[in-house]
Design a protein around this ligand. Structure first.
Ligand SMILES: NC(=O)c1ccc[n+]([C@@H]2O[C@H](COP(=O)([O-])OP(=O)(O)OC[C@H]3O[C@@H](n4cnc5c(N)ncnc54)[C@H](OP(=O)(O)O)[C@@H]3O)[C@@H](O)[C@H]2O)c1
Length: 281
């Protein structure tokens, strides 16, 4: 598996997105554990999660607990696996996603994630989404405090615009290592953030890199043509397209089945030619 860097940490060039294993439509636990183990077998060393990946109000951190369980039951060495989680989103249990990025709440959420993941320090902690009720500087100040206190090893942000990326980088004293924004063939609005991360050498983790859970199966157009040319799936071509977009891009395709993550992971080894890339929008 090819690797890329998040801060000083080397990770697989493709990560596993944990969300489909914990939100609406999720599979049973046994299949989820098999999916995570298949990702590890394929050489994936980055797993993206969040405390808010759950359905019911009484199961906050469902996905974090699942990942902790899968790592503990894996037969091989997991010491090099970076688990990236997030705080700042909540799911009250009615299907909605709400926000709380007050410094007190973020610190409390981080403590709960530490316990669920069973670690002394979280590998990468990402501020999930700006909360309009809280000044951004206050939220990122809490992330800085968590870094300073050694509760988190690395800091990232998500759903941020270029101004917020620069602001976070300043507040964190140059220690911002990752930005996670929505980016896929279907959703291009984060092109400026991808460019800025490339310029600053900050890892860019495109979320819903295949277009999201409900659209991932429908990747067509140039992706289907290039896929047919190489004899692989359009999703694998899409993962390789993300890697070709920028040296800082690390796509995190979501998966709830061993087959899909094995297929996506192989995207790291798919070399797209200039001709291929010309066919991809
Ligand atoms: N920061 C944020 O605000 C935010 C928001 C949304 C998502 N995320 C993160 O980003 C991750 C990825 O996004 P996502 O899960 O929403 O969407 P996605 O990665 O675009 O699509 C996920 C779906 O793609 C399917 N898939 C994956 N690889 C495939 C392949 N090779 N062939 C065919 N189908 C394939 C999976 O199907 P199966 O389920 O059948 O395996 C899965 O349901 C999430 O898991 C989460 O970690 C972050």
């Amino acid at each position: 598996m090819r690797t890329r860097r998040i801060g000083e940490v080397e990770v697989s060039a493709i990560g596993l997105g944990g969300m489909p294993m914990s939100i609406e439509g999720r599979p049973d636990e046994e299949r989820s554990i098999r999916t995570i183990h298949a990702a590890l077998d394929a050489g994936i060393t980055l797993i993206d999660t969040a405390d808010a990946y759950h359905v019911g109000a009484d199961e906050v951190g469902h996905n974090e607990s699942l990942i902790a369980q899968a790592l503990a039951s894996y037969g091989g060495d997991t010491s090099g696996v970076l688990v990236a989680t997030k705080g700042g989103h909540l799911r009250p249990g009615d299907g909605s996603w709400t926000k709380n990025s007050s410094p007190d709440y973020l610190k409390q959420a981080c403590e709960a994630s530490l316990k669920r993941l069973g670690v002394e320090a979280i590998g990468l902690y990402q501020h999930h989404r700006p909360d309009p009720k809280v000044p951004y500087a206050d939220s990122i100040g809490a992330i800085r405090d968590l870094l300073d206190a050694g509760k988190i090893r690395m800091a990232g942000i998500s759903n941020a615009n270029p101004e917020q990326i620069r602001q976070a980088q300043e507040i964190l004293g140059g220690r911002l290592v990752a930005v996670q924004n929505q980016f896929s063939p279907a959703f291009r609005s984060s092109e400026p953030e991808l460019e800025l991360c490339t310029e600053l050498g900050i890892a860019f983790l495109p979320w819903s890199p295949l277009g999201g859970i409900s659209r991932a199966g429908g990747l067509g157009g140039g992706f289907a043509d290039v896929a047919a040319e190489h004899g692989v799936s359009p999703q694998r071509v899409c993962v390789a397209w993300h890697l070709a977009k920028s040296p800082v891009s690390i796509p995190i395709p979501g998966s709830s089945r061993p087959e899909t993550i094995i297929d996506s992971a192989a995207g790291a080894d798919l070399e797209l030619t200039a001709e291929d890339l010309a066919l991809l929008p």
